[in-house]
Design a protein around this ligand. Structure first.
Ligand code: GTR
Length: 347
């Protein structure tokens, strides 16, 4: 099967591939090659240790677990927080957090999620690979084979999400085939990339992932003004130049080569969303969220629905307000997943 834009040969700002030309495997190969870095095939072993720190909620319990990943250059540990409702088996949201597990469990509406029959698993992204230039020298990569320098930190986080996803069924009451990748902003980018590559994720929720996540590149007019804002294009706060200027290490080095040439990228984010079908994808946005680019997100969702030809739901919600993952957002995601995760999956 061929794709209209593989290899970026057209360079047309208005290019979009047709459903007939859509090739999921090629899309994933291209995103690895050009955007996030190719995920290496890695042989690691994972052990879990119960840290015996249980907190009881009326609706369930929270446990802390140490995951130890052993690779060719040694062992590396990080903590996982796992909250499960008082049900036989439950679907579980799995997402990385910005500020540590304690902060995440305070910020996320755990009681609500448990009450609705969903579990939550989370780990601190920077405990896996520090979110800074040079962070690779202090994170999980230090126990993996040397020479993985073209692999972006978003790619490492996505790989870690898959690693945790595969570990979760070893804990009682986790419904193995109902693990949902979730993330806000940069963690949403990682969640999408994880779910695109790993079909073991049952669904993905991308909250305001924006540039290089869930917003289209091909319709934007960059803030630096090198392309006029005409037609369907609109100005955004963040484009490839901006994001690779601030966070070069999130991506494979060649991505920065598309700075100022966003529309020439051989892939676009609608293809990432469409590659997850038939599994459900839900995108959330906020009207004042300049980072996420609500219009670009909506355009990506519409284009993804066309590309996947209805083979899987791609949801969208827009709420008033700014860049954040709020209880209100979780309510939308619960409603979407109650509807689209296969029935009878949880009580
Ligand atoms: C910004 C970044 C955005 C988004 C955001 C966040 O600085 O440029 O793409 O990821 O951070 O993660 O909150």
């Amino acid at each position: 099967m061929t794709r209209g834009t593989a290899g970026g040969s057209t360079g047309s700002p208005d290019r979009a591939i047709t459903p007939a030309a859509f090739d999921r495997d090629q899309v994933i190969t291209d995103f690895g090659r050009v955007v996030y870095g190719v995920t290496p095939a890695l042989q690691v072993s994972v052990d879990s240790t119960d840290l015996a720190q249980q907190v009881m909620y009326g609706t369930g319990a929270e446990n802390r677990i140490r995951l130890t990943v052993t690779g060719p250059r040694g062992a590396y540990s990080f903590e996982l927080a796992l909250c499960l409702p008082n049900t036989d088996r439950s679907p579980v949201f799995l997402g990385l957090n910005f500020d540590g597990n304690d902060a995440a469990l305070q910020q996320w509406p755990i009681d609500l999620l448990l009450r609705r029959g969903y579990g939550v698993a989370t780990a601190h992204a920077s405990a896996i690979e520090p979110d800074r230039l040079g962070g690779a020298a202090d994170g999980i990569r230090t126990v993996l084979p040397e020479g993985l320098d073209d692999w972006g930190t978003l790619g490492v986080w996505a790989w870690a999400l898959s690693l945790i996803r595969r570990q979760l069924p070893s804990f009682a009451h986790v419904q193995a085939d109902k693990i949902i990748a979730i993330g806000h902003s940069r963690m949403g980018k990682a969640a999408l990339w994880a779910a695109a590559q790993d079909t073991g994720f049952a669904a993905v929720v991308s909250n305001e992932a924006g540039c290089s996540g869930d917003a289209l590149h091909r319709h934007l007019s960059t803030g630096s003004g090198h392309r006029p804002s005409t037609g369907s294009r609109h100005r955004v706060k963040e484009d490839i130049a901006a994001i690779t200027g601030k966070f070069p290490y999130w991506f494979t080095p060649s991505y920065a080569g598309y700075a100022g040439r966003d529309a020439e990228l051989p892939v676009d984010q609608d293809q990432l969303l469409a590659s997850i079908a038939p599994r459900p994808v839900c995108v959330g946005s906020a009207s004042e969220d300049d980072w996420a680019d609500p219009l670009g997100q909506f355009q990506a969702v519409l284009a993804a629905r066309e590309l996947n030809e209805g083979s899987g739901p791609v949801g969208f919600h827009l709420r008033p307000g700014d860049h954040a993952l709020l209880a209100e957002d979780w309510l939308h995601y619960l409603a979407f997943l109650d509807r689209h995760l296969s029935p009878g999956s949880h009580s």
